[in-house]
Write a new protein. Structure first.
Length: 166
């Protein structure tokens, strides 16, 4: 149920973004900057990169918990699988790229293929950057135990070596 609800909200959010892109071929925030060189709508680029970043950030947060409560599991399914899965819609990227490949000259088809590959790489970079950015703020319980154990072990070693020199 959580995945379906998250997916519905993600799909509605993405649909709203696509409607905005249909009315404003250039992003309203960026003003006169043109994205006409891309065979994709700017909404696809924005949704996939923001979604990848959110996926990395939320994955880092959920990974900090060794065991998730049922509510946390439901939240994870709602956000990661449902909302972000529907919002990013990799299928939209493939469909747009295929349209660019099938309805255009060879150079435009190659640009569509390159754009798809580039967006995939940029998405991986966004997800990885978010993971690296958020992970230090949410250490796992095991990592915290290991850190405390090392601190205690270091202080015990220092104490025993000081006693041995006396």
């Amino acid at each position: 149920m959580c995945i379906a609800l998250g997916g519905a909200f993600g799909a509605l959010t993405r649909s709203g973004l696509d409607l905005l892109a249909a009315h404003y071929p250039s992003p309203p925030i960026l003003g006169a900057l043109s994205f006409e060189f891309l065979p994709l709508a700017w909404s696809t680029l924005l949704a996939d990169l923001v979604g990848a970043f959110a996926l990395g950030a939320l994955s880092a947060i959920f990974a900090a918990h060794n065991t998730l409560t049922p509510a946390q599991k439901n939240l994870r399914f709602f956000t990661l699988t449902g909302f972000i899965g529907a919002f990013t819609t990799y299928g939209t990227l493939i469909a747009a790229s295929w349209t660019g490949l099938s309805a255009a000259p060879l150079n435009t088809g190659l640009l569509a293929t390159f754009s798809s590959f580039l967006l995939l790489i940029l998405g991986m970079i966004c997800a990885g950057a978010a993971w690296l950015l958020f992970r230090p703020f949410f250490p796992s319980a095991e990592g915290e135990k290991d850190r405390k154990h090392k601190e205690c072990g270091e202080s015990e070693e220092n104490t025993s070596s000081e006693e041995g020199t006396r």
